[in-house]
Design a protein around this ligand. Structure first.
Ligand code: SF4
Length: 853
């Protein structure tokens, strides 16, 4: 058969894309290269990027980073454009996912189109009525789920989400517990992904919810839909073993004749041969942080398609699974890191942490401001800085370890092609420049953190264990800070930058070492990559320190120092965005077609204003965001009651804590355990637990306390032991699902206001006041109301649940803002009476309910 001649490339490519093809093929020495080509509106490829190097038999289908309109392009060095049979296999795989496939010659003069590119068809719209049949009394969900109940709220939510997908808009939906919100968003998301071949991302805050989605809801949906689809639980890159780093760790061990970690490293290597996914959670033992960091994957030390292990790479495998998936299940942190990378590259059409997507569902959306703040911030700790320096050089036992001695060793033993004179130059660079620069940077960094710690202790005016000292403009103007900047920060930053420059110099020179004929990759490539990563991290550390004490406070930022007065090692400097709403509106919402934000608690006083302002949703064009507040499917008037003792002291009173302990004791007598006591501080938690522990045990009630076991162990024990009481704080206010008899009472000693002196809260409050607002009413109260509603929401999880919430903080009825808390609750009977009346009401309520069985 004559070779396929193809057509002129300019019919199919823009000139810039052709230049990109030619350059990369030339760089690869004319060998085969796979590209992703982005289609311009005229149907031609306008941009290409390298996906992999190797031929079609060696390159598995690569989907990561491919947008639905992308074309896969590769070259045939022979110039014969006839697709081979591996080409045809790949073409059918790509074609099934909507990607076109082209073959070009090495000069990219001619192209053969194996699969025509996807041309934008009209979206296959969702039909809510059709989807709702899934939730009908005799529908698939009822057949596959014993406890299934028809809930009109679920249908309403599904309809709103279908509308957001169909019209490329955003939906913000408050869906109280019991609505079945996960199914209400998963179903339209999946049907959209399948019908339109367009992946959808579901992001949650907690691993619990991600696992519930992956291992409970998705299998159920698969049975109900009767359709096959791919869903992928995305884990961070550092969770995966890097084969290349593992090989490096072995050779380092051999070079240094180290025995101490050999066994564990060998166990990891053995596990690597049969592990399902190569991720840390699959490893049958805990390797310890230091060992895992020696072998885990990192973005900045991975050469990507140039790594010889790429075919067997666990990260690559995970990315291919991601690329194929219709649904990606991620966490908020991962989603924000992906968006940040895409923003930095100003390219939302390529792979960063995640492949391309345009539709996102954010569950647990009440926590987005915190997640985004954390992600958009930067920080440096003394420990992390010293670990980074330790990667270059450290002493273990009486041996020197790290990249610098390893490079010296490798140069000596494995690079005979380096001429003597050149070798001496390397020795000179290492001994005369790098080692002194390293020593001076290490000494400067240690001194910098010590000095910062001293200043914070002296000037912050705070006492107690945890000190958080905000660096406001007046603080930064203080003479001590200015001296700190000139005497410590600038020299430290300079020493880190000098070290980074020398690392760069070494890296450049190592890259100049010629390869030997038997080399499969450039000499010392792994070490060069690690040198570059250390160089960049060193430069970032220098930037964080330099900014920390600089007199100029960047716009929209808050800076502070954290230290533990009892642990000298714990010092952290932080910079966070003051406002995340505007950045979210500018670089997140802008690039998404559909976003669904949902949670059981998004409103305050049944309004979305607070959330819209905090998340920048108010900056979106009119009509782009539709809010929906669903009613609870539970009958709170029947199932619950709220008790507020009117004669408690004010929480600000010194005796309040002891008085609240006494009230807890009395309430637990009535409930006989079956309770959560949710505190707002560890101090109150520990004091109350210690005061009641013995007495409760004597009364046959098992007291459980946060911090005495893991969260899972505590919850398992609480569910198992029906007369237990759990004393907990912060993280137990939300994300905890205990249904049935185990939990019948939630005691809230204080309203959950956050500590107003937290630097970020303080700064936000000041910004609101400066703009003429009322920070307490516009920020502190709504924040506390949402947390309060989360705490309240622990009680009733099913239609058969019943119980009482006892609020010991009388501000909820005596203060003008108290009504906002109460008005934000569902319709529930509220008993306001002195303590004895509360105890009597509780006794009657519990006796009646228990008699009714
Ligand atoms: S491709 Fe990257 S992560 Fe995978 S083995 Fe190679 S270096 Fe490690």
């Amino acid at each position: 058969m004559p070779p396929f001649s193809g057509e002129k490339s300019l019919n199919r490519f823009h000139p810039e894309a052709l230049a990109g093809l030619q350059e990369a093929i030339h760089e690869a020495g004319g060998r085969e290269v796979f590209f992703a080509g982005a289609l311009a509106p005229d149907g031609r490829v306008e941009r290409v990027r390298v996906l992999a190097r190797g031929n079609a038999s060696a390159v598995p289908a690569l989907f990561e980073g491919l947008d639905i309109r992308d074309v896969v392009v590769h070259n045939h060095p022979s110039g014969d454009l006839t697709p081979s049979s591996p080409d045809l296999t790949l073409a059918s795989m790509y074609g099934a996912h909507g990607h076109g496939m082209f073959i070009v010659d090495n000069e990219a003069h001619t192209v053969y189109v194996v699969v025509e590119p996807f041309t934008q068809k009209k979206a296959a719209l969702l039909k809510p009525r059709e989807l709702e049949t899934m939730f009908r009394p005799n529908g698939p969900m009822a057949r596959h789920l014993q406890s299934f109940e028809v809930r009109p709220q679920q249908a309403a939510m599904l309809e709103a989400i279908a509308d957001a997908f169909n019209t490329d808009t955003f939906a913000v939906i408050e869906a109280p517990t019991g609505v079945g919100k996960t199914m209400a968003y998963l179903l339209p998301a999946l049907v959209w992904a399948l019908r339109n071949k367009e992946r959808v991302v579901v992001s949650t805050r907690t691993i619990n919810l991600q696992e519930q989605i992956m291992f409970k809801d998705i299998p159920l949906l698969r049975r109900c839909l009767g359709e096959d689809f791919e869903a992928c639980l995305v884990k961070g890159r550092n969770n995966y073993l890097c084969r290349r780093k593992m090989e490096r760790a072995f050779s380092e061990m051999t070079l240094f004749e180290e025995e101490s970690t050999r066994q564990r490293l060998e166990a990891i290597a053995e596990w690597a041969e049969h592990t399902e996914d190569g991720s840390l959670s699959d490893l049958p033992f805990v390797p310890g942080r230091e060992l895992w960091e020696k072998v885990n994957s990192e973005a900045d030390t991975c050469p990507g398609s140039r790594c010889p292990n790429q075919q067997k790479c666990f990260v690559g495998r995970a990315r291919r699974a991601m690329g194929r998936a219709d649904l990606l299940v991620v966490n908020h942190h991962m989603l924000f890191s992906d968006l940040a990378l895409k923003k930095e590259a100003n390219d939302f059409t390529s792979m960063a942490v995640l492949p391309v997507y345009h539709r996102v569902i954010l569950d647990e959306a009440h926590a987005i401001e915190d997640s985004a703040t954390e992600y958009m911030g930067v920080s440096a700790t003394r420990a992390a800085a010293l670990i980074l320096l330790g990667r270059l050089l450290r002493t273990e036992g009486n041996r020197e370890r790290g990249l610098l001695p390893l490079i010296r060793m490798r140069l000596t033993k494995e690079c005979p092609q380096v001429a003597v004179a050149e070798f001496e130059k390397f020795q000179d660079l290492l001994d005369s420049l790098l080692l002194p620069a390293y020593a001076s940077a290490r000494q400067a960094v240690t001194a910098w953190f010590n000095a910062m710690r001293g200043l914070a202790g002296e000037l912050s005016g705070q006492i107690g264990r945890d000190i958080k000292w905000r660096l406001t403009p007046p603080v930064l103007e203080r003479v001590e800070l200015r001296e700190m900047h000139t005497d410590h920060t600038l020299p430290t930053v300079e020493s880190l930058r000098q070290l980074a420059r020398l690392l760069d110099d070494l890296s450049r020179r190592l890259r100049g070492i010629p390869s030997r004929p038997q080399d499969t990759e450039p000499p010392l490539m792994t070490e060069i990559l690690e040198l570059n990563a250390c160089r960049d991290r060193m430069a970032s550390l220098a930037n964080v320190l330099s900014e920390c004490t600089s007199a100029e406070l960047q716009e929209n930022t808050v800076r502070w120092i954290e230290m533990d007065s009892q642990n000298e090692q714990w010092v952290r400097v932080v910079r966070c965005p003051l406002d995340v709403g505007k950045p979210l509106a500018e670089w997140v919402y802008e690039h998404l077609k559909t976003m669904v934000m949902t949670s059981a608690t998004l409103t305050v006083e049944r309004r979305f204003d607070y959330l819209f302002h905090r998340l920048g949703l108010n900056l979106m064009p009119e009509g782009r965001v539709s809010p929906l507040m669903l009613d609870s499917p539970f009958d709170h008037r029947e199932q619950a009651m709220v008790c507020i003792p009117t004669d408690m002291m004010d929480p600000a009173d010194r005796s309040f804590l002891d008085e609240s302990v006494e009230s807890i004791r009395q309430v637990l007598k009535m409930t006989r355990g079956h309770a959560f006591v949710l505190f707002t501080s560890f101090y109150a938690l520990n004091h109350s637990f210690r005061s009641l522990e013995e007495e409760l045990r004597r009364a046959g009630i098992t007291p459980l306390c946060q911090g005495k076991a893991t969260r899972t162990q505590l919850l398992d024990e609480f569910r198992r032991d029906m007369s237990s009481v759990l004393f907990a704080t912060d993280s137990f206010w939300e994300g905890v699902d205990v249904a049935g008899e185990a939990l019948q009472c939630v005691i809230l000693p204080k309203l959950p206001f956050r500590v107003p002196t937290e630097p970020i809260l303080e700064a936000r409050a000041e910004a609101i006041e400066a703009a003429g607002g009322n920070a307490f009413m516009e920020y502190s109260v709504p924040q506390a109301v949402i947390k309060f509603r989360q705490g309240f929401g622990r009680l009733i999880r099913r239609r058969s649940d019943w119980g009482a919430v006892v609020i010991l903080d009388k501000r909820v009825i005596t203060k003008y803002y108290g009504r906002i808390f109460l008005k934000s609750l569902p319709d529930v009977p509220i008993i306001r009476t002195p303590r004895d009346g509360v105890y009597n009401a509780l006794e009657t309520f519990f006796n009646q309910r228990r008699e009714q069985g």
